[in-house]
Design a binder for this molecule. Structure first.
Ligand SMILES: *[C@@H]1O[C@H](CO)[C@@H](O)[C@H](O)[C@H]1NC(C)=O
Ligand SMILES: *[C@@H]1O[C@H](CO)[C@@H](O)[C@H](O)[C@H]1NC(C)=O
Ligand SMILES: *[C@@H]1O[C@H](CO)[C@@H](O)[C@H](O)[C@H]1NC(C)=O
Length: 361
């Protein structure tokens, strides 16, 4: 008798959904298990390579990566991740971990979880054809509380990529092409991210997408489908688009949304007056896309969703790698000018932020 009750209670407490990447993970990348069940490896040096380095730690699969050091790791060449990895930047002491000088690449790999990591390529990388984070042809990847700045080709390259989530992250100040994220294949989820001062691709979504509670500031073009993209569906819910000094056409909050795109757009706001106050209004007219009366993904309705106004407060307070560092503070302060500050940069050195633009960790 007691046994049956115990079984019943256990059944009620254990949802039948599959395990999430981590508590609170959302979207298409949340099925990633990373290095769960594998070996925990601790990064003990900021050196680019060798014993105890991050490069050495990510060279094998089935690992959970932790850190006993904090500060910047300066890469001499792209950092190539293995499959089945978890990188937990939040385990680092002090102000946490940043990477500068080259691309972090999950290209062609599968099942990767990255949290609280700063990926800041910058002009230290002579290869302008590389991005801050590259997950081309990868699958089942989730980035959460990451800070991705100074990407040269894209901030995030996700061409030919399946099942991805980027959540609670800062994707800002791209240099070079000045692009945010390029996604093809998908599906993809972008949830509660802060996108600041890019020319375009925030993201470029040539895939079926969930785009929920993002804040985009000082864009030239923001959410883009690309007008040769093919037929895709987009759930665009509770996002706030805020124009800035680099914005020439406020309506390019939605860009190249052609008749092949099917869009559920609800609760989105646009503040286009650059008057130093957050006081925009409802904006859900998505180019010439086909209007959906309900989300294409049943998952979009079940995700916790804030109003666009609430999303601004939440994202400005919580996005990016934690604890928030000097560069992310600079990025957020530009957004808080609500229209007056911000520019598109060609180099990290132009920002005036310390440590050559990377900020000090
Ligand atoms: C993508 O996720 C779905 C479940 O949402 C799964 O069925 C599919 O196998 C995943 N694709 C890959 C390449 O793992
Ligand atoms: C927004 O607030 C500013 C400052 O209070 C005010 O000047 C402006 O008229 C407001 N704009 C709208 C659209 O309400
Ligand atoms: C805008 O930038 C100027 C010049 O750098 C600075 O003095 C001012 O405090 C900034 N305003 C906000 C709201 O951050």
């Amino acid at each position: 008798m007691y046994f049956s009750i115990a079984v019943l209670v256990t059944a009620l407490l254990s949802p039948t959904v599959s395990a999430l990447a981590f508590d609170g993970a959302v979207g298409f990348g949340s099925i990633a298990t990373g290095g769960t069940g594998g070996t925990t490896v601790t990064v003990t040096t900021l050196a680019d390579s060798g014993t105890g380095s991050l490069r050495d730690a990510v060279s094998q699969s089935n690992r959970i990566i932790e850190f006993s050091v904090s500060g910047y790791i300066v890469l001499d060449s792209a950092l190539s991740l293995s499959s089945h990895l978890t990188i937990n930047g939040q385990t680092a002491p002090g102000n946490g971990i940043g990477i500068m000088g080259a691309e972090v690449s999950a290209s062609g790999k599968t099942n990767i979880i990255i949290r609280n990591l700063r990926m800041r390529q910058g002009t230290l990388d002579s290869d302008t054809g590389h991005s801050a984070f590259n997950m081309g042809k990868a699958s089942n990847v989730i980035l959460d509380h990451c800070s991705i700045e100074y990407g040269q080709w894209d901030s995030i390259d996700a061409v030919g990529t399946v099942n991805i989530t980027v959540s609670n992250s800062i994707i800002a100040l791209p240099i070079g092409q000045q692009f945010g994220a390029h996604v093809e294949t998908g599906p993809s989820t972008f949830y509660r991210n802060l996108w600041v001062s890019a020319h375009n691709r925030q993201p470029l979504s040539k895939d079926d997408t969930q785009y929920i509670n993002n804040v985009v500031y000082n864009y030239q073009a923001a959410y883009t489908s690309g007008n040769t993209a093919g037929y895709f569906s987009h759930d665009i819910i509770g996002n706030y688009f805020i124009t800035g000094p680099s914005t020439s056409t406020a309506k390019d909050a939605f860009y190249q949304m052609d008749a092949q795109q099917s869009v559920y757009a609800s609760g989105n706001y646009l503040d286009d007056n650059e008057d130093g106050e957050l006081n925009g209004s409802s904006y859900n007219s998505v180019g010439s896309a086909t209007v959906l009366s309900e989300p294409w993904s049943s998952d979009s309705s079940s995700l916790a969703t804030l109003s666009a106004v609430e999303a601004v407060a939440y994202v400005l307070a919580n996005s990016g790698a934690l604890p928030r560092d000097e560069l992310d503070t600079f990025v957020v302060s530009q957004v808080k000018s609500y229209g007056t500050n911000g520019t598109l940069y060609k180099s990290q050195t132009s920002t005036g932020v310390s440590n050559g633009g990377y900020g000090t960790l």
